[in-house]
Design a protein around this ligand. Sequence first.
Ligand code: GUN
Length: 296
Amino acid sequence: MKILDGKKVSNDIKNEIAEVVSQMKENGEKVPHLAAVLVGNDGASLTYVGSKVRSCKRIGFESTLIHLPSETTEAALLKEVEALNNNDAIDGYIVQLPLPKHIDEEKVLMAVHPDKDVDGFHPTNFGKMALDMESFIPATPYGIMELLRRYDVDTQGKHTVVIGRSHIVGRPISILMSQKGKAANSTVTLTHSRTKDLEVFTKDADIIVSALGVPDFLKGDMVKEGVVIIDVGITRVPDDTKEKGYYITGDVDFAQVSPKASYITPVPGGVGPMTIAMLLKNTLLARERHNNRKNA
Ligand code: GUN
């Protein structure tokens, strides 16, 4: 069993980006600038956004955090989005999800200009991704692909079973892994809450991508020997014995599944850190494309 070490690989990627940024500075060029909009005080979102902003600093990006109160109206948020679209200093930005219930998430994501949509959530980017065109690929599936590529995991002709059909992970990773290219060319089955006899699929799978959000869901007797496991679940389980009052766990029962796996991502330290690294990568791409449009 080999660990797919997302922490290490994400650090490698950040170092590579930092190298590019330091070259940009030396050349007197503008460095990438990422903005993040956070509405409200959801604990996990605060952690993620804080981590994104800290990572920007570490690699030499500029960053702006726009933290709005939870009672912010949809109209006020749309105004912020419009201002970010029109702000030439900002190369890319994200609106952290989930948004408070009174705000129509789809409406907000549709308002993000596709050229600045470093989350890759806008239909223009999602459509282009599905058609093999240049786009921004959502950071989590992009991170999974990069992890598989860097560990040379053989995916060609393999049966990949994706658990969960979310717009952020399940749906896009099922598209990416079925496309041509490295870490792809897979035969993909996309399973979800209405799938009958899920075990029939997981037991046949060469590769399992689980993006369900149910702790310890995937058990040892549900997988075959040699399986590659990508665990996207990040659930906070309340635990008074921990300093933070919770511990983080994935969808996969690591103790049961890891002895049977050829490769496996740990939680934490697997897919999570890769998501941040690929958001930074997208921001670098946004900066380069922004520059190219200006010089065109
Ligand atoms: N919430 C959970 N994951 C993500 C993500 O990748 N981007 C944004 N904007 N919000 C999220």
